[in-house]
Ligand binder design. Sequence first.
Ligand code: PMP
Ligand code: GLN
Length: 393
Amino acid sequence: MARQALAALGTSIFPEMTRLAVERGAVNLSQGFPDFDGPPEIVDAAVTALKAGHNQYGRSMGLPALVEQIAAHQRRCWGIEVDPLTEVCAFAGATEGIAAAMIGLLEAGDEVVLFEPYYDGYPATVAMAGATARVVTLRAPAFRVEESALRAALSPRTRMIVVNSPHNPTGRVLSVEELDVIARVCVERDLVALTDEVYEHLVFAGARHVPLATRPGMRERTVALSSTGKTFSFTGWKVGWATGPAPLIAGVQRAHQFLTFCAATPLHAAMATALERFQQSFFTSLLAEYTARRDFLVDALRAAGFSPIVPEGTYFVLCDLCGLTDEDDVTFARRLIDEAGVAAIPPSVFYTHAKEEGRRLLRFAFCKREQTLDEAARRLRAWHASRPRERAT
Ligand code: PMP
Ligand code: GLN
């Protein structure tokens, strides 16, 4: 079952677009990884951990120092109390956490509600667990959670709802009202919520990240995922974690122990140092830098004829292609690489039902250096100027 479902999902779009960007020498605003390093002190902490002999298997659920720091982070940032030893599990990235949660918490035949557009890891890991995805569309351009659409996706087999906020690829940050719709449904139906909060610290002025676990009745039924990749700009380290109630974390751990057992020990040790050392003032300056990058790219895209949907969070901006081209997103993304020398992600791959909606969108990542964004803006401007008569009406 998983074999066929995974074959149908094909190759993830992220490495595919990065490969094209590298081959064609395009500025890569497709796959979401920073083209700069995180704080050098954290790299130093990794070197120290390597030299200090943190080079063997560690505790499967996460090194004690790391789980302590994750618990402290949850308390400090979100007022959520978790027991570090039984309510935290660390992985090889949030990606492994998603898989461990699906495999460890679902039975074959269970149904999982996903909101589309979705991160492509969700449908893939639902399939690995032998479960079935029930997909609810967040409609452009508002991408709001509608209670009637959510309820229409439920059945007696529903076991889990996956909630990603701040949301990749739309940049939406769910409001408390939307979270409460989800919370009510979870409580009424006794469902588990798997929340993907990897962009928890990338929320721009005007929006606020509220963890679903803090809403009524949700603490005991929410597994929350996060990752070092986004907040500390080390996506290649693949340090992720889950927090939640002990019985659910035990389920996740039962899968994790056989997926990887434990992740790269020295990097987990370094992340413990990072979480201890880099707190609110670091998050504040990270956000200021990302606000400037977001505003710059949004302006550059507008100047090149795109209609960007200004993100409330994450480091992605979706653009509506209306008025720019009649082509679908995949064709246009390929042409943009060839003609403009800029790579972006065609989001139709993140849809099951409303693929047509995805075909009218394109996602750009702005987790890039100023020079990279400058060069992308210059190329987009030149491309736009070279094609006035070609423009769709
Ligand atoms: N969830 C979302 C929504 C993401 O965008 C990503 C991407 N990088 C991940 C999970 C994966 O995180 P990690 O790199 O820690 O595996
Ligand atoms: N999350 C990243 C993105 O959305 C990609 C992660 C990956 O390549 N697996 O671009």
